[in-house]
Design a protein around this ligand. Structure first.
Ligand code: EPZ
Length: 421
């Protein structure tokens, strides 16, 4: 059966290299390549399911998308483009909404299916829409399609209600070719935004302030395709840190930056995992069972919501009790019932969960419900008696190219089993 199969195998030890941040940074750069007529080359991308879906979206739009080397992808946006992302593709992967800004900027029109909600919350798009409207776009939802058009996009001052990652990205990629200056206030500050802005600037855009709450964009006439290397995956790095917390041991993670993981490292440090920088990443060490510390998720530089299921899995195994508060998504605790199957002691109500560490989890068949929840179940299995089978592993495959291989390289007994072809 298709699953991750996990057994506890003692402390982790060794070095792994993280992949590129394909899901949370790469997909956005693939979409942004639509802004530059010609051939863009992106390096440090890895084959994950969400990238497959994004490449299908690009092809539907009329852009070429080919692997031209190991972890090297070529996007040919020479045109002509068909500015439409259909429902069947958009529902495979939410980040296809990221083509809206580039298509409007390049083609003056876009038809993108509404993605709808998903397993972690309602995931509205109102800030994307209000920002594009402020730049002069007409937008309506017709038969489930966002129909957007504009004669000219014009720079505007836009204040986001909340520092939404997706809205910041869509507005940034629309503003780069708009007439005049756009100021985005209360913008998301995630490193993936800075990586996108650096990519766009290298293509000729005029963006300043990315990584802070106020981003200024001076629109330019056109962008030129370039070669770019996508940043290392900080969420994958953090996942390995959490695994080290659960299993104990000492690991070195290469290809990432401790300053992208500061809050996670701080919290894990309070819990008993020492994390320190190395020239190309970080190293972490945990000598004894960790202890509980409260955690509340917040936009960057706060504790990322994507680590929440992982930290809940970790807290389920430590000494003491902690309160975990989810402030970003409204329905991200669905995985708690799966951890209950493994003997975890967690009480969840609304946006809060009280997690009481137990001496030992017990392996069980469990089901992944989204990418990080699935990773959290794999990590929990590292400290469980007997076998844990994480079913519906395709959720994990959406964002992690080889989680089992990486944990295995550190000595964990984790296998990704697949049904016979
Ligand atoms: C990105 O999603 C990531 N996805 C998510 O990663 C991540 O959890 C999230 O940012 C927060 O860091 C990708 O990069 C592909 P948001 P995004 O817009 O952009 C509300 C993972 O596990 N909101 O910052 O969709 C929204 O409902 C995933 O890797 C509005 O109300 O996140 C949510 O509650 C899952 N109106 C909050 O803001 C809007 O117009 C944050 O959403 C937009 C968002």
């Amino acid at each position: 059966m298709d699953a991750f199969v996990v057994r506890a195998n003692g402390p982790l030890s060794g070095t792994v290299r993280v992949c590129g941040a394909t899901k949370n940074a790469g997909l956005k750069q693939v979409a942004a390549a639509l802004l530059a007529p010609g051939v863009t080359l992106l390096r440090n991308l890895h084959p994950v399911l969400d990238l497959d879906a994004m490449l299908d979206v690009m092809r539907a739009i009329g852009a070429g998308a080919e692997w031209t080397g190991e972890n090297e992808l070529t996007i040919d946006a020479s045109g002509p483009l068909t500015p439409e992302a259909p429902y069947e593709l958009v529902t495979r992967m939410r980040a296809s909404i990221n083509v809206l800004g580039p298509l409007l900027a390049r083609c003056g029109e876009a038809r993108v299916a509404m993605p709808g909600g998903d397993n972690i919350g309602s995931r509205k798009l109102d800030m994307h829409f209000r920002g594009l409207q402020a730049m002069g776009a007409d937008l309506e939802i017709v038969h489930g399609l966002i129909e957007a058009r504009c004669r000219t996009l014009c720079g505007a001052r836009i204040v986001l209600d909340f520092p939404s990652v997706g809205a910041t990205e869509n507005l940034l990629t629309a503003a780069v070719l708009a007439k005049g200056q756009t100021v985005l206030d209360n913008a998301a500050r995630e490193p993936e935004i800075s990586d996108l802005a650096a990519f766009l600037n290298r293509m000729g855009a005029q963006i300043s302030g990315a990584g802070s709450s106020t981003i200024e964009v001076d629109g330019v006439e056109s962008l030129t395709p370039i070669e770019n290397e996508v940043m290392g995956d900080r969420i994958e790095a953090g996942t390995i840190l959490m695994a080290c917390g659960v299993a104990g041991g000492e690991v070195t993670v290469e290809g990432t930056r401790l300053d992208h993981l500061e809050m996670v490292a701080l919290k894990l440090g309070e819990m008993g995992l020492d994390v320190s920088p190395t020239p190309d990443g970080l190293t972490a060490r945990c000598d004894e069972r960790m202890h509980a510390v409260d955690v509340a998720t917040l936009p960057y530089p706060g504790f990322a919501t994507d680590f929440m299921p992982l930290v809940v899995a970790l807290l389920a195994t430590v000494v003491g009790s902690a309160i975990v508060t989810e402030n970003v998504f409204d329905n991200r605790f669905g995985f708690v019932d799966e951890l209950h199957r493994m003997g975890a002691d967690i009480r969840n109500e609304g946006r809060h969960a009280v997690v009481r560490g137990v001496d030992r989890l017990s392996g069980a068949p469990v089901r992944a419900q989204d990418v990080r929840a699935g990773a959290a179940l794999v990590v929990a299995g590292l400290a469980a008696d007997g076998e844990t089978r994480v079913l519906d592993p395709y959720h994990v495959d959406r964002g992690y190219p080889d989680l089992a291989g990486q944990l295995h390289a550190l000595g964990a007994d984790v296998r990704r089993v697949r049904p016979p072809a």
